[in-house]
Design a protein around this ligand. Structure first.
Ligand code: ZN
Length: 233
């Protein structure tokens, strides 16, 4: 029988590496989704900030339209005033005009406050917009990095699969069969035993016969956990 221990240990190392790289690959899409989700939340906040100042702009337009309606009304009354003969009617009209001017004053005060508010909201929005742009560029960089890392990992796995084939060719079919079955079942097929015969995987003592076989470097499994056992030279 060819020496199975060295090549299978090397094979196991390759398989562990492939396994770990596979796990890393599996995590990448979730990380990418997480980044995209965070960015979306910030985008929604930005939209909300824009919505806020748009509302204020609309309120200002409404105030301005109210003011111009009051002004039109005043103009109409002033044109009619020339035709009024009765003093009481004239006085009533003057009172109405005064009331309309008061209304205009109120609306103008409202407008000044709204304009202040709009300025604040817009500057807040611009600040958020700047932050968002920076964040977006960071996320894009991170995603590009992740994609590069995916390509690197995939290339390494490809390379490892090549090494795996070469190593497999160095082992006899029986050993390889046992190894591959254990790899599927346990993930880690090989276990070193101590010189006194304690299995490195299950930590139980193997039987004397098994211990003897291991000393002879025969293909042998732990009596308890079935891992392929070997002794260091
Ligand atoms: Zn064991």
């Amino acid at each position: 029988m060819k020496d199975w221990i060295g090549p299978l240990l090397a094979l196991q190392e390759v398989d562990m590496r492939i396994e770990n790289l596979g796990i890393r690959l599996g995590l990448l899409p979730r990380e990418e989704q997480k980044l995209a989700k965070e960015l979306k939340i910030h985008h929604q906040a930005l939209d909300a900030a824009r919505e806020e100042y748009k509302k204020t702009e609309l309120a200002i337009k409404q105030v301005e339209s109210a003011i111009s309606k009051f002004n039109e009304h005043i103009n109409r009354l002033q044109q009619q005033s020339a035709m009024i003969k009765k003093n009481t009617e004239y006085q009533a009209m003057m009172n109405e005009i005064k009331q309309l001017k008061d209304n205009i004053g109120e609306e103008e005060t409202k407008e000044i406050n709204l304009l202040d508010q709009l300025e604040e909201q817009k500057s807040r929005y611009r600040e958020q917009e700047k932050q968002f742009a920076a964040e977006q560029s960071n996320v894009n960089d991170e995603i590009a990095e992740m994609r590069q890392s995916r390509r690197d990992v995939e290339a390494e796995i490809e390379q490892l699969r090549g090494s795996r084939k070469e190593l497999e060719a160095k082992v006899d079919a029986t050993s390889l069969g046992v190894y591959n079955r254990l790899l599927k079942a346990t993930g880690v097929p090989m276990a070193r035993i101590t010189p006194s015969g304690i299995c490195g995987h299950c930590h139980l003592k193997v039987t004397p016969q098994t211990h003897t076989s291991a000393k002879k470097r025969d293909l042998v499994c732990c009596d308890n956990c079935s891992h392929l056992i070997y002794l260091d030279n």
